[in-house]
Design a protein around this ligand. Sequence first.
Ligand SMILES: [Zn+2]
Length: 238
Amino acid sequence: MGDLSGPSLLEAVEALGLSELGRSALGRPIWGRRFGGPGVPLLIIGGIHGDEPSSVEALLDLAVRLAASGDPPPLFLIPVANPDGIARGAKNSARDVDLNRNFPARSFAAAHAPGYFPGPAPLSEPETRLVAELVDREGVRGAVAVHAPLACINYDGPAAAWAGAVAAACGWPARGDIGYPTPGSFGSWLGLDRGLPILTIELPPGPLEPFRQSAADALDAAVAHAPGAASVADPPDK
Ligand SMILES: [Zn+2]
């Protein structure tokens, strides 16, 4: 895919029918698209950390499959939540905020380790505000955040069975605990505070190519087994 902030991303955006949902701190567009019919969507986001471009590529691949699919379940896809970070190849946003510490979770903490600046306050950053406003406007039945490089399916909230189905599809283990605290994270906000099923799909390290198929298997299983998807697909009662 090459430069994910440049022409190749723009080509993908056009081809996939993504539209601009808002702008980053430096004014880069944040693209997204709703797939499927009416119903409360699943939310899928990648590129929260700019040094994890495989997450973006895997979600653009998913968008290609969803666009080709006749009847995808309702879901909202944001492949690049931190376009400034992706453009610089750096984990944090242009304001040097770790966006996955800036969500309005009860665990939000101003104290932080070097490199994990959570921002001056929850939702102080335009990138996280965009996600939070979308959640409030659309509602979500669950969410998937794609990261790297731990090669596992981490979960928060009531998502153990969902994580197990995804782990079985891709071969990376399901883990209820990532092994370190994540105050102010997307998962702790929606999973722990709001009780929604949340998956964090951690891809292996490095470029997507060697594990492109496993990533596709993981994401397809995440969509297929997401809570609420089956009932949406059922015909309405007459
Ligand atoms: Zn990450």
